[in-house]
Design a protein. Structure first.
Lengths: 247, 347
């Protein structure tokens, strides 16, 4: 059963059509992948699906509710979270503080002026648990900007997880990672799959084909192919393109 | 820049030791200020501008919102105080409340326009809004007195039922300003050490990420701007009493720039106490340097340039990186401000 659907989405910037008649459906409990060459419109598609851009036409439905044009914060509160291709962390905060501020429990206290987050043992414990889950145990009190690139990638996913999502969008998580870090990330995403529905944009085809249950191919702002990794390997367009060779 | 940050750990305390020391220094100030060659009215001015600067730093230092037209709200508070006194009820508490509330309302309306902006657009729009209020004050002569200002504003007595004391002597006004300074300082300290304060600092670091973890950034920016205007209005009301008038000059772009200068020189970007240091330095420089040369502002400006070049964290940053660490037992070259406790670092 689909937890999330994009129906007939269009997006243009000025006279440039970036997304055209995009139809996507992501099943609950699955990892869905989105692939395509550079400039295909994948990240714009993510930005429309997660509320950063409003679509010019079409609908976005999550858990049976129309969320088209909602603000990012409203969409997060519905249970959708995302990580970014270009990392978006709170660099002056420690890893733990990055996670704590994203917790729904802390967000609800956002206007409370009588609390001190650092004295909130529930929030601290929850955040430490998330850091452990993304492999950052022991880095709780390290400033985000002092962390290694791979650790920052994991923290980026940790911040997204901290909002307690039912659906997690992950944008190019392997960008810039070495072989070891990619292997650790693959383990992490495989582990997350067991509890959270995931949608992932990924350039590294081996990585994506290894993890995804279903993949959509976007090119020139359109969905040109869909299917399981096995089906896509047989797809004529994918075979002709460099993408097929890499997978 | 590595060091351009606050100590991020938060405290539950309402009052901390450095705060008590500062309160003690200011409580005794009228007793010794003449012995160092200064005068009581200067102390009144300093306290009023500290209140204004600390409220302003919620915006600039904590949230990273460069409001360059904030002098307008200080001026609006002064006019609101005078108009409330002349036209409604000449009672101190009522007039001060009117100054804060009217300024907060006008600030809140301005913030509706500003809160969707950030960076240079926020800065330019804040200048434009400040200039609009400046010109309204200069042209609406039958209400504001135009270029002449509102004259003969009285220093109203402090009344607590049957007990009251006069604020006509500078000493009386000083202790009124001191009481409000203590209250505002404690409230702002608590606010900046709350989840609300943590979100403000997060907005300064990465506004988009704050949005994508579920916070309404617009609301936080609107509310902090409005709050900052309320504090500016309260300070403006006190200033109207101090000057026994409300004048347009404080609403000018120049004075909006000076409050930015004070906060930056003091180290508002790295410490809760930065604005306080900046205001004290500005007024002492004005009177001490001003006694020797009419071009004191030139020297003050040069000092600002040197500070920005060599110590952009301001006086508070200098304290933190040298004397503060020495007293807390760390080497001056210790790598991170993180190791200093929040209380000692002063937030």
């Amino acid at each position: 059963m689909a937890i999330f659907e994009a129906q007939d989405l269009h997006k243009r910037f000025g006279d440039q059509v970036v997304l055209e008649r995009i139809n996507l459906s992501f099943k609950r409990g699955c990892l869905s992948g989105i692939m395509g060459p550079n400039g295909a419109g994948k990240t714009t598609c993510f930005n429309v699906l997660t509320g950063r851009y409003r679509p010019d036409r079409g609908r976005v439905v999550f858990d049976g509710e129309d969320i088209t044009g909602m603000s990012p914060q409203a969409i997060v509160r519905k249970g959708i979270s995302r990580s970014f291709q270009i990392m978006n962390l709170f660099d002056e905060y420690t890893a733990l503080e990055n996670i704590v501020i994203a917790l729904p429990h802390v967000r609800k206290r956002g206007l409370g002026v009588w609390h001190a987050i650092d004295a909130d043992s529930e929030a601290q414990g929850q955040a430490a648990g998330i850091l452990e889950r993304v492999g950052l145990k022991g880095s709780e009190h390290v400033n985000a900007k002092a962390m290694s690139y791979g650790a920052r990638r994991a923290l980026e996913i940790g911040v997204a997880l901290a909002t307690g999502p039912k659906l997690l969008f992950v944008d190019e998580p392997t960008a810039g990672l070495g072989t070891d870090a990619m292997a650790r990330l693959a383990e992490l995403i495989h582990e997350l799959k067991s509890t959270t529905t995931i949608v992932m944009i990924e350039h590294d085809m081996r990585f994506l084909f290894q993890l995804a249950d279903h993949i959509s191919v976007i090119h020139w702002g359109q969905v040109i192919a869909e299917g399981t990794p096995a089906q896509l390997r047989e797809n004529a367009w994918v075979q002709r393109s460099n993408l097929g060779a890499l997978a | 820049m590595e060091a351009m940050q606050y100590e991020t750990r938060q405290t539950k305390a309402w009052v901390i030791v450095p705060m008590l020391v500062i309160f003690l220094v200011f409580a005794t100030l009228p007793l010794w200020i003449k012995h160092v060659g200064l005068y009581e009215y200067l102390a009144v001015e300093v306290l009023i501008w500290i209140i204004f600067a600390m409220g302003f730093n919620l915006l600039l230092g904590y949230t990273g919102l460069p409001s360059f037209g904030h002098g307008a709200f200080f001026g609006i508070g002064a006019y609101a105080f005078g108009l409330a006194q002349f036209n409604v009820w000449p009672n101190l508490w009522f007039c001060l409340a009117a100054a804060a509330i009217v300024t907060a309302l006008i600030g809140g309306i301005s913030a509706l326009l500003l809160s969707h902006r950030r960076g240079i657009y926020f800065a330019l729009m804040s200048i434009a809004i400040g200039q609009i209020f400046y010109f309204i004050a200069s042209k609406w002569t039958n209400v504001t007195g135009g270029e002449d200002g509102l004259l003969n504003i009285e220093r109203l007595p402090v009344e607590f039922g049957i007990v009251s004391f006069a604020t006509k002597p500078n000493m009386g006004l000083y202790y009124l300003a001191y009481a409000l300074f203590v209250i505002i300082t404690i409230l702002l300290w608590r606010l900046t050490n709350s989840p609300y304060g943590r979100v403000l600092r997060a907005i300064k670091q990465n506004e988009m990420r704050v949005r994508f973890v579920g916070y309404s950034v617009w609301f936080y920016k609107w509310s902090v701007f409005t709050l900052s205007c309320a504090v500016a209005g309260l300070a403006g009301g006190l200033f109207a009493m101090a000057q026994e008038g409300a004048y347009i000059n404080v609403m000018s772009l120049q004075w909006s720039g000076i409050i930015v200068l004070m906060v930056l020189i003091g180290g508002g970007f790295v410490s809760f106490w930065g604005p306080l240091l900046g205001v004290v330095l500005y007024f002492v420089a004005r009177d001490v340097l001003g006694a020797y040369t009419g071009t004191w502002l030139l020297w003050f400006g040069l000092m600002f340039v040197i500070l920005v070049m060599f110590k952009p964290e301001g006086l508070a940053g200098f304290w933190r990186d040298t004397l503060g660490r020495k007293f807390s037992g760390e080497g001056i070259g210790a790598a991170s401000s993180r190791s200093a406790p929040a209380d000692a670092a002063g937030g």
